[in-house]
Design a protein around this ligand. Structure first.
Ligand SMILES: Cc1cc2nc3c(=O)[nH]c(=O)nc-3n(C[C@H](O)[C@H](O)[C@H](O)COP(=O)(O)OP(=O)(O)OC[C@H]3O[C@@H](n4cnc5c(N)ncnc54)[C@H](O)[C@@H]3O)c2cc1C
Length: 158
């Protein structure tokens, strides 16, 4: 039986992931607590009454209607495992899954991963992505303690 990929969230990241799997030999379940995708960059126009909410929201099922290997479920994920630890003067955050894996050499530089890399670089940290070969993927972010403290102080100061 084809591997089963579960995507949590039908935002930009979840929809791109589902679309990227269009021709893959996998069964995809996309779960979202809302039945619609919100095009967030146009929220300002809704707030200023230039557009109505319906103009920037579309049912996730309709967006993915041509994808025969995807089913969309309404539901809320209640648990995700994230590992946070202090290691050699740094804060290390790891998120792992047991899916088919992302081959770091072949991945496309999408906005999500690029955004993570830019923000981590600003804090003098590093990002590593291990995966491929059907053994799942682990994304590990390492931030020096000094940078974490500085970011927290800046946030507290407003
Ligand atoms: C006002 C505004 C303007 C922006 N303008 C720009 C811009 O001009 N350019 C740009 O690049 N970016 C912009 N962004 C940022 C961009 O919208 C986000 O980076 C992008 O939406 C993040 O995508 P995402 O898929 O990670 O998360 P989201 O789009 O937030 O999607 C997350 C999805 O997961 C679902 N979900 C969350 N928790 C659960 C759960 N527990 N169980 C099930 N489902 C769940 C939510 O319902 C949602 O559908 C803007 C954001 C805002 C708010």
């Amino acid at each position: 039986m084809a591997p089963h990929v579960v995507i949590i969230g039908g935002g930009f990241a979840g929809l791109s992931a589902a679309k990227a799997l269009r021709k893959a030999d996998v069964r995809v379940t996309l779960l979202d607590r809302r039945n619609h995708h919100v095009f967030q960059p146009l929220l300002y126009q809704v707030a200023t009454a230039t557009l109505s909410p319906g103009d920037i929201a579309a049912p996730i099922r309709w967006i993915l209607r041509r994808m025969k290997n995807v089913r969309v479920l309404l539901g809320e994920a209640s648990r995700i495992d994230v590992d946070v630890r202090a290691a050699d003067g740094a804060l290390e955050v790891s998120v792992s899954d047991d899916g088919v894996g992302i081959d770091p050499a072949r991945r496309r530089a999408g906005l999500g991963l690029r955004g993570i890399e830019e923000r981590v670089r600003d804090l003098d940290g590093t990002v590593s992505i291990r995966g491929a070969g059907g053994a799942g993927t682990t994304v590990t972010i390492r931030l020096p303690h000094a940078a974490v403290g500085e970011a927290a102080r800046a946030r507290a100061a407003g």
